[in-house]
Design a binder for this molecule. Structure first.
Ligand SMILES: N=CN[C@@H](CCC(=O)O)C(=O)O
Ligand SMILES: [Zn+2]
Length: 417
């Protein structure tokens, strides 16, 4: 057989090719192949076997992994990729103990990014999004979910969605788009959240027609949208054929997790303060819990999602950076893997499921992304690490050696000396 790229002498290969999403105790069972090899032709994986068997292949290019860990490209299931400006000035307020929701109430936080995004040109937003995507790719991410939500008017929300679509065309990373017009209440609708949601839902048709988003998301939170308002809005979205997501139980336990399950949302995200009942309901549902422990860390909070209890109860969990300019400013999902180990007490086996196959299922790419399997896209990372436990263990740095997206090498670490 002829292949374009042969990766051989793989120390540990994680195929992550189970039928997902992977739930509960199964998240702790990882398949590991030792001394493996992978053949790529065009965009796809066409051969998997042992390094010894790989000698029969004719390869245009051979990569000697030299005992390295090889995994699927990471899947990042929750980002606010497209935004104007930055919010480093807010850090001092956070240090003084001003709560996240108070900053928002005073017109800062999300609303200050809204002003910057409204003022930014489409070209500038695109350039900035591509820059952040480059950084994600360098860190081993090959598929990204991207939300709008810093427009809060028709024009700017559409501008954000169009930028995400264009970024997906120009960048090798695959982008899955979510409309988060219900991210905050703008000042001109301050006393009328329902009217604002009606106004945002007017965009559903054009978003469908132009194929600008697959999912509709809402921030269900104190001072933002209530459970009743969220339900009404999301039911309208469901009727139009969108998949649903909820920013649920991030700061106050309003019951967003329960709502996500009730509506059959593909994911409930954050879940930092989900109730006992919410955990049970999540575990008994097909909704994936997308946990964002970097946000708890970055907001200096003690509330971390009870991932252990969720997994022990049988839930499917994914983890994410929540990359955004306010509550979690990092493109490094490897760092989040370490925080998941340290603060969520997830095992390395669970963490690898959470950044590959389960993350793919959380954004409607189950069976396509987050796995290495014959006939699937060759999204593959070679790590400067001897085994899968090493990545969460050695924290805060980038471990990628080579990143392959759809069969193309898009990143190779350069030695300085
Ligand atoms: N909590 C709501 N939205 C974002 C934060 C957005 C921001 O602070 O700009 C989140 O997921 O954490
Ligand atoms: Zn978010």
């Amino acid at each position: 057989m002829e292949v374009d790229i042969l990766i051989t002498n793989i120390g540990q290969l994680l195929p992550m090719d189970k039928k997902g999403p992977v739930k509960g105790a199964d998240m702790g069972e990882l398949t590991v192949w030792n001394d493996a090899a992978v053949g790529i032709k065009g965009e796809q994986v066409v051969w998997i076997g042992s390094s010894k068997e790989a000698k029969i292949l004719k390869a245009s290019q051979t990569i000697d992994a030299n005992g390295k860990l090889v995994t699927p490209g990471l899947v990042e299931p929750h980002t606010h990729l497209v935004f104007g400006g930055s919010r480093e000035e807010e850090m001092a307020l956070k240090q003084q103990g001003v709560p996240y929701l108070d900053i928002l109430k005073q017109g800062g936080g999300i609303l200050s990014t809204v002003t910057a995004t409204q003022e930014a040109s489409q070209e500038d937003l695109l350039e900035k999004a591509l820059f952040h995507l480059d950084r994600m790719a360098m860190h081993g991410i090959t598929t990204v979910e991207a939300k709008s939500g810093y427009g809060l008017n028709h024009e700017t929300e559409l501008k954000q969605l169009r930028v995400a679509k264009e970024a997906g065309k120009q960048h090798p990373i695959d982008i899955v788009s979510t409309f988060l017009g219900a991210h905050a209440i703008p000042t001109n609708y301050k006393e009328e959240p329902e009217a604002f949601l009606d106004y945002m839902s007017e965009l559903f048709d054009v978003i469908k027609q132009e194929n600008l988003a697959e999912f509709i998301d809402i921030f269900t939170e104190t001072g933002v949208f209530s459970v009743v308002q969220s339900r009404r809005y999301l039911l309208k979205a469901k009727e139009k054929g969108f998949g649903l997501k909820i920013h649920a139980d991030e700061i106050d336990p309003l019951g967003g997790t329960e709502l996500a399950v009730e509506l059959g949302a593909i994911s409930g995200d954050h879940l930092a303060v989900t109730s006992d009942e919410g955990i049970q309901k999540l575990a008994n549902s097909n909704t994936i819990g997308v946990i964002l422990p970097g946000t708890s860390f970055y907001l200096g909070k003690d509330d971390y999602a009870r991932a252990r209890e969720m997994i022990d109860a049988g839930a499917a969990i994914a983890i994410s950076t929540d990359f955004n300019p306010g509550s979690s400013v990092t493109e490094n999902l490897q760092l989040i893997m370490s925080i998941a180990a340290l603060k969520l007490k997830m095992s390395p086996e669970e963490i690898w499921h959470a950044v590959t196959i389960n993350a793919a299922h959380a954004i409607g790419r189950g069976g396509e992304a987050g796995m290495i399997a014959i006939g699937k896209k060759a999204d593959i990372v070679l790590w400067d690490a001897p085994n899968y436990k090493y990545i969460p263990y050695h924290y805060g740095v980038n471990h990628t050696n080579t990143v392959i997206k759809s069969g193309e090498i898009i990143y190779e670490r350069q030695a300085i000396r």
